[in-house]
Design a protein around this ligand. Structure first.
Ligand SMILES: [Zn+2]
Ligand SMILES: [Zn+2]
Length: 121
């Protein structure tokens, strides 16, 4: 693979923004990846965007679990009383809440795993 700007020179990397091959002279090492001289800001912006996302996810893991746990708890209470008093509507609602809570919980868990594994450089 040859440099995009210097046809004679071997490329050492690829710009994260435009995916052009770059030689030592043309690429900028930003510490977390390479960019060409035109796309330093773009590549930095992507990096800080990802960092911000990671921060948001890392800073409030408990807050995001309140909704599913609350749903599951309410669902179980509903279902329990529905069952006790033989009210099928409460039982159905309760089951619905419980399933809803579990789905949200699983969804969040998968998302957290994605966030922490996908963006390792
Ligand atoms: Zn570029
Ligand atoms: Zn070059």
């Amino acid at each position: 693979m040859k440099c995009f700007n210097h046809i004679e020179t071997d490329a050492v990397g690829i710009c994260k923004h435009c995916s052009r091959a770059l030689c030592k002279e043309c690429c900028l090492d930003l510490g977390h990846g390479l960019s060409c001289k035109n796309h330093r800001d773009e590549v930095e912006a992507i990096k800080s965007l990802i960092d911000n996302n990671k921060l948001v996810y890392a800073s409030q893991p408990k807050a995001r679990l309140i909704v599913p746990f609350f749903s599951i708890f309410m669902g179980l209470v509903f279902a329990y009383f529905g069952y006790q008093r033989n009210q099928s509507l409460s039982l159905i609602l309760g089951s619905g809440f419980t399933v809803f809570g579990i789905v949200i919980f699983v969804y969040h868990t998968i998302n957290i795993k994605k966030m922490t594994t996908t963006y390792k450089d």
